[in-house]
Ligand binder design. Structure first.
Ligand SMILES: Nc1ncnc2c1ncn2[C@@H]1O[C@H](COP(=O)(O)OP(=O)(O)O)[C@@H](O)[C@H]1O
Ligand SMILES: [Mg+2]
Length: 425
């Protein structure tokens, strides 16, 4: 059997986890990560390549006999990387530019949900300040306001009163805070409940669910402080019972496949539904992402006991109905360690100590790091995601935090309560 070369696009913890998991496959020769980070730079059978544009990546894929490419982040998907690779007969795992609008435009996404009866908060969309302001004046609070386009997790505010709501739409429409991503806004009802991440693989016709998980978006313990890209995640999410799981597939995931078919399109790739299980026990869709989550990927893939290469290959061959994903019957937890100033600014170039002393049941996925002169240096806001797994959630928590405490760099910050969402249900 000829072993295959794989290309992964991205540089975060999610991409390190994807590359690490695929590198364990018996089918794989070498994994290239573009551009990668300090973790992927030093992993066995993984090589970073410093390429960025879609055309450079296409040339690389052709010259290096890449069997398939996996896209980590949303931006290249929204820019049409899948359409362009396919136009060159290159296999790539992800949705087309059209389908990626489910994430890249909240206005598209809400209209799509409405058209396909997918449960979600009631909303209106606006493209100018005055109409948004008049609408806000008639609403109850809290009220949720979302910039239309991609905003790296910073485009949503939960306004507790009129002043907060007006300040946000002023920033968007009058100060152009998000550029063209803020040319429209969605204003929607606030839904009280418990959040979970529901991620699946879709091959156009079939759905293969990944394990459920829960992210922790706020910077500080007990869900206070500013929103971040995610400070840690646990897997699975006990709130998603078997019957809830089926409800989410029937009411939220399957209608996405059917809805795109009605529009003459086919959804392929990872699909992520951000779910709020409301106080009546109904799953409501907060948003869709057209990729795996970060940091959810790290604890989810650590729990995966199947060959990810084989799952993606089945997806590319529209055979997800013929394969199963096996999971370790344990809880996994990933704790993000961020640099000083995150999420507003990030302090770079601090030496990271303590990475080599880890026990076998701990895996460190790198995000904002680089490897220079035999040292790992910080190179971004979210620096590492430390993952561990145990039969009991409390043991997974103890293990992961023992590992986190061995790591040290200047002014590092992390939450101490990751996993509690899964305990306190
Ligand atoms: N309608 C809503 N009701 C309550 N909370 C919400 C609502 N919409 C979003 N949120 C909260 O805001 C966070 C970010 O919103 P989301 O739509 O996921 O946007 P993005 O991830 O693009 O920033 C969610 O994870 C959730 O905590
Ligand atoms: Mg989100």
């Amino acid at each position: 059997m000829l072993k295959k070369n794989i290309l992964i696009i991205g540089s975060g913890g999610r991409e390190h986890a994807l590359a690490w998991k695929i590198s364990k496959s018996k089918h794989v020769n070498m994994i290239f990560v573009a551009p990668g980070n300090g973790g992927t730079a030093t992993e066995k059978n993984i090589t970073n390549i410093n390429l960025h544009t879609i055309s450079e990546l296409i040339t690389f894929a052709k010259q290096n006999d890449i069997f398939f490419t996996v896209v980590g982040p949303e931006v290249p998907l929204a820019n049409g990387i899948v359409d362009e690779f396919r136009a060159h007969d290159l296999k790539i795992w992800g949705p087309t530019k059209f389908c990626a609008q489910l994430e890249s435009s909240k206005v598209f996404s809400k209209a799509f949900m409405l058209a396909n009866n997918i449960p979600t908060a009631k909303y209106q969309s606006f493209s100018d300040y005055n109409s948004a302001k008049n609408y806000i004046a008639q609403q109850n609070f809290p009220l949720v306001i979302k910039a239309d386009g991609l905003a790296a997790g910073k485009g949503v505010v939960i306004a507790n009163n009129n002043t907060e709501a007006i300040n946000f739409i002023q920033e968007i429409f009058n100060n152009n805070k998000f550029g063209s991503a803020g040319s429209k806004v969605v204003i929607e009802e606030f839904i009280q409940g418990v959040e979970a991440s529901f991620i699946v693989m879709v091959d156009g016709n079939n759905i293969l669910p990944m394990a459920t998980s829960q992210d922790n978006k706020r910077l500080l313990d007990n869900d206070i402080g500013p929103n971040t890209g995610g400070m840690g995640a646990s897997c699975p999410a006990p709130i998603v019972t078997q019957s809830m799981h089926q409800k989410i597939i029937n009411e939220i995931i399957q209608p996405v496949l059917d809805g795109f078919k009605k529009l003459g399109h086919t959804y392929t790739g990872f699909l992520y539904a951000g779910i709020m299980i409301d106080t009546k026990g109904n799953p409501q869709t907060l948003e869709f992402n057209c990729r795996f989550g970060d940091p959810e990927t790290q604890p989810i893939l650590y729990r995966l006991n199947s060959d990810l290469f084989e799952l993606i290959e089945a997806g590319l061959n529209c055979q997800l109905d013929q394969i199963k994903a096996q999971w370790f019957n344990q809880f996994s937890i990933g704790v993000v360690i961020a640099s000083q100033g995150y999420p507003n600014i990030s302090r770079n170039n601090d030496i990271i100590y303590g990475l080599e002393q880890m026990p076998a049941n701990v895996k460190i996925f790198h995000a904002g790091t680089k490897y220079e002169n035999n040292q790992y240096l910080t190179n971004g806001g979210r620096v590492l995601c430390v993952v561990s797994m145990a039969d009991k959630l409390a043991d997974a928590q103890t293990q992961v935090y023992e590992a986190v405490k061995k790591i040290n760099f200047n002014c590092m910050q992390y939450r101490t309560d990751i996993g509690n969402k899964a305990i306190f249900i």
